[in-house]
Design a protein around this ligand. Structure first.
Ligand SMILES: *Cc1c(COP(=O)(O)O)cnc(C)c1O
Length: 651
């Protein structure tokens, strides 16, 4: 553990380093001299910045309660531009004779406001959409107006999906069908012939190349979707037999998401380029090579091939991709295709953050009266009565005999005697109060050990874990299941930090619990700049009467619709902010989160009938003189207000 400077010498620079904000923030996030997290809307190049606490104040003034999902439109705009500009630069530098076309895979964030913003910001670049179902196709059609932007239909397609896509093509959309299963091709041919439309056909290749990581099964030979090379050649023959080989325009693959190693990316591009060249040789016109998603986000800021990071920059990704395509295709004098990528995660992750307040703290120790800030001094050794159980007397001896040399031994003994007291309590030999005295003594010992162990040159593993046991629990006003499903489901690391008070030293170590009553509703792995992952977060002591706000960053990808209604906590409030060049900002949109009634209706309750039912119960209470009619009025009002209210904790 890095040694912390003393209270007086702590500065925002120390906070910046501790939380790694400049490593994972991609230039969009930093800390102001006042100790607030600030947003730099267009990355490092722009001096304008806006503090998150000031946005929180603005939200509160508008009656928007925590938790809030805050979206910064400029960041999305900037991410889309960077992607296109990086590809343009690589294409120009390398002399590639084809274009870049980006598409946004809607599944990564299907929210209407997000897709709309992507269509808007992407329009200078002909940024298109990728869809995987009929509903997503409608979502794309509702926002996309650009005839040069690609509309890629992936996913398993039924007749209706195909017809809708063919109609979209007739309306002028550049709508491609990507064949994911051999059987789909026959259906596409049949529907297209019947409609008299020449479809734009692509195939998804199952590559032998694989990437390591959580999502690698979506690529590689074992992936459920895609055609093997044999099946791709069969597709060529089928199309030729129907006199439709001229419709074969695109080759697609998707290696999986968050591909953190550039070597995996390069390997896949090379293999796909070989297949592409082979298809051209077979007589397919082609013209588009679609490399799928996979462009990773450096969530922990380590720039490594660690799962939550990536060992390449955006420029390196673009250069490597373009160069690999060129190298392979030039060997056979194959014309350079338009390169498509389907980057979802990298496009939207930075754009959203979850903000929430801390409602309560649970600490092992009792708070000291004097509040000196020195850990250890506050430990009160409980008064041990003369007739205390022997195990308790032994605990006291352990405490008195504690030295730097015998920490491990004391630790083992403390646990042994504590367990003995608990056993005796179970057998009725120790009273509740006696047990409590022993437990308190035990924690005094553990805290002494925790403090002393820092002086050891090498900390044994058992003792290192004490920090976690002693960590506070900070209760945050949010639901992991609703807002950060990947943190729970696959242990995804997101940057988490306080968004203010960063000029103060964070004196507490905490894990975060949400307000669901589920023991999995917690965040207990955090970015550690030195060691990758740590189990507690450095936080500040709460101040009376003052809210303490934390932010979870880089949550724009995949988190919004994967979330569920655990404990019937619903969608959070959403606020979209646009920052102007002069540093002023506007609340562009706000979306109220689910009300209690909304959530109940999702799970088939009818809020009106709930009120009716309660009214009957209240009337009966009046009849039996439990309550007065005026109280009935007041109680019913409270129930009705409650149904209209937010599902989260309201102050
Ligand atoms: C999920 C998915 C993507 C998005 O991948 P990212 O790694 O988020 O960019 C792209 N294409 C297809 C076919 C997908 O299934």
């Amino acid at each position: 553990m890095a040694k912390k400077p003393t209270l007086q010498r702590w500065s925002v620079e120390d906070s910046a380093e501790l939380y790694g904000i400049r490593n994972w923030g991609a230039g969009y996030f930093d800390i102001s001299p006042e100790g607030d997290v600030v947003i730099r809307p267009s990355g490092r190049k722009n001096p304008v910045s806006v503090s998150i606490p000031s946005i929180i104040t603005g939200m509160r003034e508008r009656g928007l309660d925590m938790p809030v999902l805050l979206r910064i439109e400029n960041i999305l705009d900037s991410q889309i531009s960077s992607l296109h500009e990086s590809f343009r630069k690589a294409i120009k530098t390398l002399g590639y004779r084809g274009e870049y076309r980006g598409v946004f895979p809607i599944k990564v964030n299907q929210q209407q406001q997000v897709v709309e913003a992507i269509a808007r910001f992407g329009s200078h670049y002909h940024h298109g959409m990728e869809v995987g179902s009929k509903a997503e196709l409608f979502a794309a059609l509702s926002q996309l107006r650009d005839e040069e932007a690609c509309l890629i239909c992936n996913g398993y397609k039924d007749e209706e999906f195909i017809d809708l896509g063919l109609y979209a093509l007739r309306l002028g959309y550049l709508c491609f069908f990507v064949v994911e299963m051999p059987s789909e091709l026959d259906l596409i041919i049949e529907r297209a012939e019947r409609m008299g439309v020449k479809p734009l056909i692509g195939v998804r290749a199952k590559l032998a190349s694989k990437a390591s990581g959580h999502w690698s099964e979506s690529g590689g030979e074992r992936s459920t979707f895609g055609l093997s090379t044999t099946q791709i050649v069969d597709a060529v023959d089928t199309l030729r037999a129907h006199n439709m080989l001229d419709c074969f325009k695109l080759l697609h693959y998707h290696l999986g998401s968050q591909v953190s190693n550039i070597r995996d990316i390069r390997g896949a591009v090379m293999e796909a380029s070989r297949i592409y060249a082979g298809l051209v040789k077979e007589g397919a016109p082609m013209g588009y090579l679609d490399l799928g998603g996979g462009l990773a986000v450096d969530y922990d800021g380590s720039r490594t091939n660690f799962l939550s990071s990536r060992n390449y920059s955006l420029d390196e990704y673009c250069t490597d991709v373009v160069e690999a395509v060129m190298t392979i295709l030039d060997e056979s004098d194959t014309a350079h295709p338009s390169i498509i990528t389907e980057s979802g995660r990298a496009t939207v992750a930075y754009y959203s953050m979850l903000l929430f307040n801390i409602l309560d703290v649970s600490q092992i120790e009792h708070k000291s009266e004097s509040n000196t800030g020195e850990a250890g001094e506050a430990d009160e050794i409980p008064v041990i009565p003369d007739d205390a159980p022997e195990a308790t007397q032994n605990l006291l001896q352990v405490l008195n005999g504690l030295t730097l040399r015998n920490l491990q031994e004391c630790y083992n003994d403390a646990i042994y005697y504590r367990d003995e007291v608990r056993q005796q309590f179970l057998h009725g030999k120790v009273s509740l109060r006696e047990r409590t005295i022993a437990e308190r003594l035990f924690w005094v010992i553990i805290k002494r050990i925790a403090l002393a162990k820092q002086k050891l040159p090498h900390i044994p593993k058992d003792l290192a874990e004490i920090d976690l046991v002693l960590a506070d629990i900070y209760y945050g006003n949010f639901s992991v299941f609703q807002s950060l499903p990947d943190s729970w489901a696959i242990g995804q690391l997101f940057p988490v930090m306080p968004v203010h008070r960063l000029a103060e030293v964070p004196t507490r170590q905490a894990i975060l619990s949400d307000i669901t009553c589920d023991s999995d509703g917690r965040i207990d792995h955090f970015i550690d700049v030195n060691q990758g992952v740590k189990k507690t977060l450095d936080v500040h002591e709460l101040k009376d009467g003052e809210e303490y706000y934390l932010g979870v960053f880089l949550v724009g990808a995949y988190q919004e619709t994967l979330g569920d209604l655990h404990n019937l906590l619903g969608d959070t409030n959403v606020v979209s902010v646009r920052i102007n060049d002069d540093g002023e900002y506007e609340f562009m949109r706000e979306l109220r989160g689910d009300s209690v009634a909304d959530i109940l209706s999702y799970v088939e309750y009818d809020p009106r009938r709930i009120v009716e039912g309660l009214r009957k119960v209240a009337e009966r209470a009046v009849r039996t003189e439990r309550i007065k009619p005026a109280e009935r009025q007041m109680i019913m009002q409270a129930f009705e207000d409650g149904l209209r209210g937010y599902t989260y904790y309201e102050r």
